[in-house]
Design a protein around this ligand. Sequence first.
Ligand code: PLP
Length: 410
Amino acid sequence: MCETSSHCKSASFKIPDLSLDTKLVHGTAPFDPVTGAISVPIYQSSTFRHPALHESTGFDYSRVINPTRQELERTMALIEGGAYGLAFSSGMGAISAIIKLYKPGDHILVSEDLYGGTYRLFNEYYAKYGFTFSWTDTSDFSRIEAGLRPETRAVFIETPSNPMMKVTGIRRTAELIHRRGGDLIVDNTFLSPYFQNPLALGADFVIHSGTKYLAGHNDTLSGFIVHSREDQEEALRNIQKSEGAALGPFDSWLVLRGLKTLALRMERHNAGAGRIARWLREQDRVDRVFYTGFEDHPQYELSRSQARGFGGMISFYLKKREDVDVLLRNLRLILFAESLGGVESLITYPLEQTHGAIPEAMRLSAGVNDRLMRLSVGIEAPEDLIADLEEAFRRCAAASCPRRGHKSTN
Ligand code: PLP
């Protein structure tokens, strides 16, 4: 296969035991051996000419296989420490594909504190077809044990969780579900492969919304499954090709370009978030800050035992509900938009945005109330971000003081 493709020849380049930083820059195809191109070409072709009947270059049709996407998939496998990578048109495309490994009647135990779109997909769609899901606080191991059923085929976790920043023990959860013959699926979007590699900790499948840190520039949607389960690779490839949600060549190239700077960006996100989280904790208008890098975070040690950094995400409760609107209106640098992981800092109001699909009782039990804000710290200078927040908080204070001369109409 691929004998005549210059790209494929370069993709078989032997990778010595390089550091993750280097693997991110070079991927598995550091250059094209025919043209010398350093940037992987964008093979913007939906189909590929066959030399003759029963002969193929290895590439037939881009929904099934495309050279640019193939290099991205191989690079994702390389950096997550898996044998196989599959690229989808979004994180939801990847999550939808992984669930199709299971069948009606199977039960999947899910972190209760997770991206609202995942909840909607499971509860409004897959549940209709006979899959059963239950939701629990997976940062509490005893709840995972209690939540397993004879028909449980998988545990699906986000760690750290979205948006409450709870940490689930990947090793312990993997051991537990493996003893029952099931799989552990980890959505690793928040930390990226730079800080956490769930497969090395025993997970079976890693999911990414590549839209976030991997692409990294708030400009490209993408999603990934990475795994080493030879027994499931063919099934996953078939799902990818049959559903048709594979990532296009240009977006694949954008993610490849983003990955080259992942190490630099993650270090910067991590440092900026640490500084801003500590600052936020001291602010009068802030009630509570959720950040895995605080030494008094309940799973701080667990975090350090399974991840190499804390990432760029912080959530916090404002003291007053009235401050939400004033804060969002007055931030200038930090943009009010629902995503995360890009170079620009974004602030989100989970109640109405990312977690709007989750029923109120479940949302509240997870901690997503009407005073919760989620901040994705970008790579701007942290002092500028702090100055932006400081000014917005000043405006919140001004808005909450009764104006002089104002008469109550009551
Ligand atoms: N997983 C997490 C943790 C997310 O935050 C998101 C989106 O915000 C997704 C999955 C879905 O990814 P996408 O928006 O790329 O479909």
